[in-house]
Design a protein around this ligand. Sequence first.
Ligand code: GSH
Length: 252
Amino acid sequence: MMVFVGAAKKVTAAIFGVYLRLRKLMYKFPMRTLYHNWLSPHSRKVRIVLGEKKLDFELEVEKTWERREKFLRLNPAGEIPVLVETGGAAISGAQVICEYLDEIAVDPPLLGSGPMERAEVRRLCQWFDQKFDREVTNNLVGEKVLKRFWGKGSPDSNLVRAGKANIKMHLDYIGYLVERRTWLAGDQFTLADIAAGAQLSCVDYLGDVPWADYPVAKDWYARIKSRPSFRPLLGDLLAGVKPPAHYTDLDF
Ligand SMILES: N[C@@H](CCC(=O)N[C@@H](CS)C(=O)NCC(=O)O)C(=O)O
């Protein structure tokens, strides 16, 4: 009996020792972490890339409107997404993070294979990250959801109307591209599709994408939506704002 108790104590001490060493290592090398927010298209873009590359990461919600000092030390611009690598280095800016990830994990390549293809992928990333964001997402998600968090009052109906009018040209453009190519930038699925899908998913959460009028764009979005890298985003729920039934439906 005495021998058994002694052995049990030794095993417990060994397990505890391993736990302490692991904890020390985790503290020294915390997991790759993405600072994001629920309906942030730029953060969604990075999440999809991490998913495509099958890279492990943790998510940390950052309420940028709180202007947290610790977060401002990671990105003085105060914007998400920010990716903090295992060693502690912080990278900010969605396109910068995605291109970095494409360099450290080459499979699958998401930027295109030649200089001309990469130029086209980057052009379309800019189109969706900046133009679509400014003309559509800011006017719809910004006005209907984010404005409340910033304490800036109720949505401006003129801006909401502008967002709903502007999205039509973008859906037309997606249809135009996809009728001539398999994916937005060419025959391969690239970061351009991810940037566009990330923006549209945020607007779709509010039910503001007139899919029925744009069957070609809808078909392209259905292909994006069914990718395993995209599914975790569809599970995000914003307190008090329920997405429409088709939002998570892969055969919408
Ligand atoms: N240039 C940044 C822009 C990202 C951006 O617009 N982030 C928004 C959320 S999607 C943000 O952090 N807004 C909060 C703020 O501006 O304080 C990028 O490309 O990542």
